[in-house]
Design a protein around this ligand. Structure first.
Ligand SMILES: Nc1ncnc2c1ncn2[C@@H]1O[C@H](COP(=O)(O)OP(=O)(O)O)[C@@H](O)[C@H]1O
Ligand SMILES: [Mg+2]
Length: 412
């Protein structure tokens, strides 16, 4: 048995416990510092470690913040947004909740008065029962919620995970309501100014919010956030991870194993880093043979066809359908297929030719300058979303070796 206190377990999907979170110390410092004077928008692709960082903020808060975390991925209305935040607040900080909200806010006092203890979901129901017009009254309740927090003596950090998804849901149902919500939310973030406010927002998501709102001409409604992107793990971190997770479990391996691992991984998607390392460990446990670079090759090949990885990889394919507009959507799938077939990637001109071919095939007679714009935007989105990276000047390839192998196998 390895020492459970020194070597973290493998995490293959769930957020990492604060005590086990590594390679994020500097980023956490930076984030807390930014939060002193700003509201933050944290973006990074899925499975890269956003929620883990948010959990750390929540579990080990600094500067005497009370922290509330809520994932709003499935919500589609501002009223649900506030009901969820309020219920979470009640659930996580019952004492502060009573002190700040329960004393001079009729609705809450009434809700709390009804039963002594209730669960998160019961509270949510009770809240609505006390105001049958809860849905229509979201602005009033939202404003009251923030006002009450502002009367409290310590600051409250509201972490809203996957807000871009809620925005997409809301936009699909009611564009005007979305605009109204974003404008109202923005006004709340401006007055008082963040540095004089007890309320602090940290909003996170896997989707490039600016891109989404840009298409709907609403990007000015979020541009006051401080844009922070989750740093990509460094080569050193990846090698340290492999080394320490294996040595910590008394696994023997050749010196070149971490380096070979890094070559296959490409731009590190932390989830895949965990899965392959775990696979190597299992291999060792089974055969008790010193691990070699060849075992690493096999472990990466195996991952691509494993059941465990299928859903996670499938997500990268499906998200294009969900978040990319036409004609970029079709083009993205085609360009990625072309790239997956290439040995070492393709240059920008070649990709642009391919892009034009797709537009023609689709029967689109987009003017030349607009084509160029759309192409540039597409390439930028694919880069931001971790699909491709510019390996050398004007030369592109898949960012992740795993994704490339998988794409080639199933979609090319
Ligand atoms: N700092 C880290 N070190 C190692 N693995 C990580 C780290 N952060 C995230 N992971 C891996 O990524 C997975 C997803 O993490 P999560 O925080 O849920 O990402 P996101 O919220 O961006 O989808 C985890 O289960 C773990 O495998
Ligand atoms: Mg997450």
């Amino acid at each position: 048995m390895h020492n459970m206190h020194e070597v973290p377990e493998f995490y293959t999907g769930s957020p990492i416990d604060a005590a086990d979170l590594r390679y994020r110390d500097q980023f956490l410092d930076q984030l807390w510092e930014t939060l002193q004077s700003k509201h933050v928008l944290l973006t990074a692709p899925r499975r890269t470690g956003k929620t883990s960082v948010m959990d750390h903020l929540r579990t080990l808060p600094r500067d005497s913040y009370s922290v509330i975390y809520e994932n709003v991925q499935d919500l589609a209305h501002p009223a649900d947004f506030f009901a969820a935040l309020l219920s979470r607040f009640y659930d996580e900080h019952p004492k502060i909740f009573r002190d700040t909200l329960g004393t001079s806010w009729g609705l809450i006092t009434k809700t709390l008065g009804r039963i002594e203890e209730f669960s998160f979901s019961e509270f949510k129901i009770a809240l609505r029962e006390n105001d049958p017009d809860w849905k229509a009254n979201w602005k009033r309740h939202g404003a009251k919620f923030l006002e009450q927090i502002r009367h409290h003596n310590t600051a409250v950090l509201l972490i809203v995970d996957e807000l871009p998804d809620m925005i997409l849901n809301l936009g699909a149902e009611d564009k005007n309501l979305l605009r109204e919500f974003l404008a109202w939310f923005r006004a709340q973030r401006q007055d008082p100014q963040p540095k004089h406010d007890k309320v602090r927002w940290l909003v996170g998501g896997s989707v490039n919010l600016s891109g989404t709102l840009d298409a709907m001409q609403m990007v000015d409604l979020i541009n006051d956030f401080e844009d922070v992107s989750l740093p990509v793990l460094r080569d050193e971190d990846v090698k340290d991870f492999v080394r320490s997770m294996l040595s910590g479990r008394d696994v023997q391996f050749d010196d070149n194993v971490p380096e070979r691992f890094l070559e296959h991984l490409g731009r590190p998607i932390p989830l895949f880093m965990q899965m392959v390392t775990q696979d190597l460990y299992r291999h060792w446990k089974r055969y008790k043979l010193r691990l070699t670079a060849n075992d690493v090759d096999v472990a990466f090949d195996d991952l691509v066809i494993s059941n465990a990885a299928r859903d996670k990889l499938q997500h990268y394919y499906s998200r294009i359908a969900r978040y990319y507009e036409l004609p970029q959507r079709t083009a993205a799938h085609c360009l990625l297929s072309q790239l997956s077939l290439s040995r070492n990637g393709l240059n920008r001109n070649r990709l642009f030719q391919e892009f034009e071919r797709i537009l023609n095939e689709e029967g689109l007679d987009t003017p030349a300058h607009r084509r160029k714009q759309q192409f540039n935007q597409l390439l930028r989105d694919l880069e931001n979303d971790f699909y491709v990276s510019e390996i050398t000047v004007n030369h592109y390839d898949f960012a992740s070796g795993i994704l490339k192998a998988w794409w080639k196998k199933y979609y090319a």
